[in-house]
Design a protein around this ligand. Structure first.
Ligand code: MV4
Length: 501
């Protein structure tokens, strides 16, 4: 096994990696910015080193400082987590060139999948269905018109260097093509420094379903079932689950084999994800993510396979100890991303100090968190506070368990997405599994304004005082208390302030 791992990340994923290291007897080395002194990942790791000021450009994205810490601490490997430097081929190469193990695929694989046109071509050659589209970047309006006619309208313009939806433009007919091409090119140039764009047939309201793959350095590669990730807003996923409510065993096998073929075609080593768009029974390759993903826990809960453990084992040169036939899916898992955003104000990012943190426990409940009471949530990093994940024998029980766990999750001091998730878990369309990437727009009642927090605080304080007055009376034997749990009703409403009982 690797003797030590430098974790080039922060928050819940850094903690997740520390835990895997500890179980394997690997020394964990954390890094932190000035905003993250005393952050949970820093306290949890075996060692921690400051790498600069709060802005990530001056800390978590500084390859030079990370490699300095690696040298100083004697780290043998680097785990990039997700985001930050995790999909930068140049970083992976720099880590290797410094004589360290990069915990992830080969730099060339990262580069190939980062180029969306190249990735499409590779996947097509591997026999994975791709969305009908142009064979390469479109160079001029004439070429665009010819290809669009062949593909059929509506078409979608995408940045070749893209990802994350930047530079995308839907075009309904030939009239709009020239303008959209110019605009998409400018946007792609601004976002990625590369104006190249290509065309795909536009799929209306598909599902986003992805397949987890895991390969070792000995030519073995398995797929670990799919995740349904359709519930998202502005390309930020909010709820994920495994399996997908639409996946039959036949679909799972077809998608899994398509994903595994795709990954084998690029000699994939480590944990990766092949993303598909699914519509009316058909699926098409979208992108491949060459990193561990935020939503990996739902796969872990239904397969029993610890993905971070296997990332470390594979990076150390171990072969997979199981085959595709050994992979069995059991039950159903759901994940809610808990963020410091106000769902009733367009998911406005919020800041504040976490005053109280109470985390649900019990059978089938997992909290992958990155916060603690007393920790300040600032504006410098993404707003993910933690992930609440539940497992059940079937989808309905996993969802009921999530609703209960959300009611028990108490975060006081900063607005969170918890009340949004409570609505989703009780929503009829969600319970039917009737999902698409438009789910949130299609159901505005999920994000319609709640009572404003200040009004609620006054009402809740009055209720709490009344409840305190009643609390002296004990219910008769076998009777419920006359006073309902005011504090839990209050926190369920997402109040910013609480008078603790
Ligand atoms: C699409 C699409 C519809 N048709 N491609 C958005 C991010 C980028 N990586 C790919 N994306 C999409 N590509 C075709 N041909 C719709 C999206 C899309 C989307 C995809 C997955 C998850 C959420 C999404 C939200 C909006 C649009």
């Amino acid at each position: 096994m690797l003797e030590s791992v430098l974790i080039a990340n922060r928050g819940e994923i850094a903690l997740r990696i520390v835990r895997a290291c500890r179980e394997l007897g690997v020394r964990s080395i954390a890094v932190y910015s000035e905003a993250d002194r005393g952050a949970p990942h820093v306290l949890a790791a075996d060692e921690a080193y400051g790498i600069g000021p709060a802005p990530s450009g001056e800390s978590y994205l500084r390859t030079d400082r990370l490699l300095e810490v690696a040298a100083r601490s004697g780290a043998r490997a680097v785990h990039p987590g997700y985001g930050f430097l995790s999909e930068r081929a140049v970083f992976a190469r720099a880590v290797r060139d410094a004589g360290l193990v990069f915990i992830g695929p080969k730099p060339d694989t990262i580069a190939a999948m980062g180029d969306k046109v190249r990735a499409r071509r590779l996947m097509q050659e591997a026999g994975t269905p791709v969305i009908p589209g142009s064979p390469g970047p479109v160079r001029n309006p004439d070429e665009a018109r010819r290809q669009a006619r062949e593909i059929g309208f509506p078409v979608l313009l995408k940045a070749a260097a893209g990802g994350g939806g930047k530079g995308m433009r839907v075009v309904e007919g030939p009239e709009g093509l020239e303008r959209a091409l110019a605009a998409a090119g400018r946007e792609a140039e601004a976002a990625f420094g590369d104006p190249a764009v290509y065309l795909e047939r536009y799929l209306d309201a598909p599902r986003h379903i992805e397949v987890q793959v895991l390969g070792d350095g000995h030519g073995n590669l398995v797929h670990l079932g799919e995740r349904e990730c359709s519930i998202q807003r502005r390309h930020q996923k909010l709820v994920e689950e495994s399996p997908s409510p639409v996946a039959t065993p036949e679909l799972r096998t077809r998608m899994g084999e398509a994903a595994a073929r795709a990954a084998r075609a690029v000699g994939y080593v480590g944990a990766g994800t092949v993303e598909f768009l699914y519509l009316d029974g058909d699926f098409h390759f979208l992108e491949m993510n060459t990193r561990l993903q935020v939503e990996h826990p739902v796969t872990e809960l239904v397969t029993g396979i610890d993905l971070v453990e296997w990332q470390l084992r594979v990076a150390a040169g171990e072969p997979l100890s199981f085959t595709q036939e050994d992979v069995r899916l059991s039950g159903h898992a759901v994940e809610c991303r808990i963020t410091s955003e106000d769902p009733f104000q367009g998911f406005l990012p919020a800041t504040g100090r976490v005053e109280v943190l109470e985390v649900p426990v019990g059978a089938g409940v997992r909290w992958d968190g990155g916060i603690r009471a007393g920790f300040d949530i600032g504006r410098h990093y993404d707003p993910l506070l933690g992930k609440l994940v539940t497992w059940g024998l079937d989808r309905a029980s996993a969802v009921r368990r999530m609703a209960r766990a959300l009611d028990e999750l108490t975060i006081v001091g900063v607005p969170t997405s918890v009340p949004f998730h409570q609505r989703v878990m009780r929503h009829a369309a969600f319970r039917r599994g009737d999902l698409s990437i438009r789910f949130i727009e299609d159901h505005p009642e999920l994000t319609a304004g709640d009572v404003d927090a200040d009004t609620l605080a006054v009402v809740a304080a009055a209720a709490a005082l009344l409840a305190d007055g009643e609390r002296g009376r004990q219910p008769a034997r076998g009777r419920r208390a006359a006073v309902p749990p005011v504090f839990s009703a209050w926190r369920r409403a997402g109040a910013k302030w609480a008078v603790l009982p």
